[in-house]
Write a protein that binds this ligand. Sequence first.
Ligand code: ADP
Length: 269
Amino acid sequence: MRGRESSHPAITLKGVSFSYRDRPVLRGIDITVPRGSYFGIVGPNGSGKTTLAYLISGILRPSSGQVDTHAGRIGLVLANPANQIVSLVVEEDIAFGPENLQLSPEEINARIDIALSVIHAEHLRRSLTTALSGGELAKVVFAGQLALDTDVLVLDEGTVMLDPVNRKILLETIEELNGDLGKTIIHISHRLDDLEAADTVVALHEGVIALRANGVFDLTRQIEEHPIPGIEPGAKILYRDFLISKGITEEDLEKATHELAKRIRARSS
Ligand code: ADP
């Protein structure tokens, strides 16, 4: 959420390049993610987004360059939450990480309570994970990361499996985690409209950072001049695009719509 970010970095990537065997995938990536910020990474399929998520989370090591996580705890949420569920019952699934940290049963219990309340899912505590919807599964994965006291949440295409209603709920949850709890969010998507709440958005194209912007609105303007095929704008962004093509650059959508209506009225009178 805007205004919460600090000047201390949560994640720093310097000159990071990565190859799968002899296949270069990322080149010269420089990224600084301030603590408490909401950082968006958008890019078409195959541009290297998942590889970047793995590098930030420490699952992969760069072929060259440095990834510094500043001693913070990083949690990764993958596109298909079902892949990250390990237990049959929600509370056991959330307990899995903390149990590996050898915490006491009381502490683990308390962490489960807090994690579930943060994501408004206390009612799911004893549910079977096999009975949950995609949105609920995604929430359980989040709760599992929160129970590990994660500082930074990296989401790789976290909404891709979700229907529009669950997608909206998840996006709101992410915003709350950032705005209310001050978690640093790194949200990776091929859809620009997933990243409406991001303070900073970078566009990945063929393994390099092609554009850097202060939010999706700024990025939309830049994409007008430097198109990147394969980035899905989503309805809201398409509408903004249309407004920009009409010369309306007002950032507040309601005000911009007002302006558009005024012009249409003026033309037809
Ligand atoms: P994105 O998440 O943007 O779709 P990825 O990071 O998954 O991009 O992939 C970037 C490129 O690396 C793609 O061309 C992909 O085919 C390739 N790639 C991904 N994983 C592997 C792998 N394990 N071995 C070889 N090439 C891979």
